[in-house]
Design a protein around this ligand. Structure first.
Ligand code: NAD
Length: 508
């Protein structure tokens, strides 16, 4: 492990101070913010009470009446200023992601870069929130479609992308005219507070934004439930497990609120006979082991054609056996800790289940020599399965890659699609026909389908999200902004007669 001048706690406290997180958020008997690096408590935070959460939602609802009337390009100026703050403080915020979520340094920085990218995207978008003019059957009429701000946007986020997911939502919501109330993961409150502090700097520079335009609620699931239940919240964008989505979705549906659900994944890749195995090996290693297997898009299932299985597997085993695991602050580390002991226990259970149905497990052991019992370092597991069965059919949020052989591509695609989640997928092939089939309507049923890159590591320019139990939501690029606005169809009669549609006659 690399020597570090500061303890994790002192390191984090110094970063928080530089980022301007007020000391008043600390409390004696509050919510502990832990680092997975050594399991230590970095800070104890004053949780937001339910009354305070309700008041924050109320302020956001008041802010909406003002913010929706601010011209969208002007709203974009706030997001531009926020992007500037992120650029200026990228190193500190990225380090805090490492300290609080356990991501390796380059991934912590990458997460902040993603926030900067979505700010840039949203600024451009603020001049492009356009509707349509549609041909009307009536003379001297014009029909058009316009997009208006929707209302208060609640964001519920997961620990594994503690700040980027909020930014994907918030940057778009703010330019679309919506105030944002954020309930971050209870496992990563510090990065949320730091991000909010940077947004407050941007708000101060912007000057004219209404109070209550952005709020952060520090606490557990109950605060998320309050956001979901509150009729003043027009849209909830919830990122997390499918189990969470099962609670949230019916409640939002019951009050006809808008939902963007970004839930669990069980992502697969197919390695075809013509695949470039060097390229595939690197892509598989990053997608399956990167972020210690804690990405929603992590590669969890691999279908390898029987003709290349024996060529690929020994190389994969070697990569799994030699990858550097340890303190994520060490630049040589590729795999940091799991978020907590519960994650390591879940991984051990899934591996036991796999063994019980005939799997051969390589790696997967708990590395207690790194930080003893308090932190959860594991060697990623490569699991050779006789067939797709048992734990391979569900998401375990840990670095487990299940591998099985296939004979024909149709069968492999069917097996890939035969799980409940539908987030991300890829195929490695040099065969144009196979590639096109995979991305066709008869191919992958996922929201993301890639060719010759792994399933993880999406860019913000595309719409991000998945089908089936992944929830169906879309965030980030393309036209995902429409999810944060309401559509109105306007028909305008500039003539002096009143022709009715469909030729209906109604003379009074
Ligand atoms: P989690 O479901 O435990 O928690 C996510 C968030 O939901 C937290 O803020 C939590 O407090 C809140 N929450 C939990 N129950 C709730 C309820 N009933 N009502 C309202 N809020 C509630 O998830 P996690 O362990 O933090 O993250 C890992 C999971 O998130 C994985 O399944 C992963 O695949 C998924 N994820 C999905 C995406 C995506 O874009 N599809 C991105 C990141 C993570």
């Amino acid at each position: 492990m690399a020597p570090s001048v500061l303890s994790v706690r002192d390191d984090a406290l110094a970063v928080l101070e530089r980022l301007g997180v007020p000391a008043s958020v600390h409390a004696q008997d509050g919510l502990p913010a832990r680092s997975p690096i050594g399991g230590e408590v970095i800070a104890t935070l004053r949780p937001t009470s339910r009354d305070e959460a309700a008041a924050a939602i109320g302020r956001a609802a008041e802010a909406f009446a003002v913010w929706r009337a601010v011209p969208a390009p002007r709203r974009g100026e706030l997001v531009r200023l926020f992007g500037e703050e992120l650029r200026a403080h990228k190193a500190d915020l990225g380090r805090l992601v490492t300290l609080e979520a356990g991501k390796i340094l380059s991934e912590g920085l990458g997460e902040v870069q993603e926030m900067i990218d979505i700010c840039d995207f949203a600024v451009g978008l603020s001049r492009q929130l356009h509707g349509l003019t549609i041909a009307t059957e009536r003379p001297e009429h014009r029909m058009m479609e316009v997009w208006h701000p929707l209302g208060v946007c609640g964001v519920i986020s997961a620990f594994n992308f503690p700040v980027a997911v909020w930014a994907w939502n918030a940057a778009l919501a703010l330019v679309c005219g919506d105030p944002v109330v954020w309930k971050p993961s209870e496992k990563t409150p510090l990065t949320a507070l730091a991000t909010h502090a940077l947004l407050e700097r941007a708000l101060a520079r912007f000057g004219a934004a209404p109070a209550g335009l952005a709020a952060v609620l520090i606490g557990g699931r109950d605060l998320g439930e309050d956001l979901v239940a509150d009729p003043r919240v027009a849209l909830v964008s919830a990122t997390g497990s499918t189990a969470m989505g099962r609670h949230v979705a019916p409640k939002l549906a019951a009050r006809f609120a808008r939902a963007i659900l970004e839930l669990g994944g069980n992502n697969a890749a197919i390695v075809a006979p013509s695949a470039d195995l060097d390229l595939a090996l690197r892509a598989i290693a990053f997608s399956a082991m990167g972020t210690a297997g804690q990405r929603c898009t992590t590669l969890r299932r691999l279908f390898v054609h029987e003709s290349v299985y024996d060529a690929l597997l020994p190389r994969l085993k070697a990569a799994y056996g030699s990858v550097r695991i340890g303190d994520p602050r060490d630049p040589a580390t590729l795999i940091g800790p799991l978020i907590d002991n519960a994650a390591a226990d879940g991984m051990a259970r899934a591996l036991d289940e796999a063994r019980a149905i005939g799997a051969t497990v390589h790696g997967g052991e708990r590395l207690r020599d790194i930080r003893g019992e308090v932190a959860a370092y594991v060697r990623p597991a490569l699991v050779e399965m006789p067939e797709q069965a048992g734990p391979m059919r569900r998401e375990t949020f840990a670095p487990i890659l299940y591998v099985t052989r296939y004979r024909d591509l149709d069968g492999a695609i069917a097996a890939q699609n035969a799980v409940a989640a539908g987030l991300s997928s890829s195929i490695f092939t040099g065969d144009l026909r196979e590639a096109e089939l995979f991305v066709s309507a008869a191919g992958s049923d996922c929201g993301i389908a890639n060719v010759n890159i792994g399933p993880s590591g999406a860019e913000i320019g595309g719409a991000f999200g998945g089908e089936k139990e992944t929830g169906g939501g879309r965030e980030s690029g393309s036209d995902a902004w429409k999810g944060y606005m309401r559509r109105a169809t306007n028909t305008i009669n500039y003539g002096r007669t009143l022709p009715l549609a469909q030729g209906v006659s109604f003379e009074v």
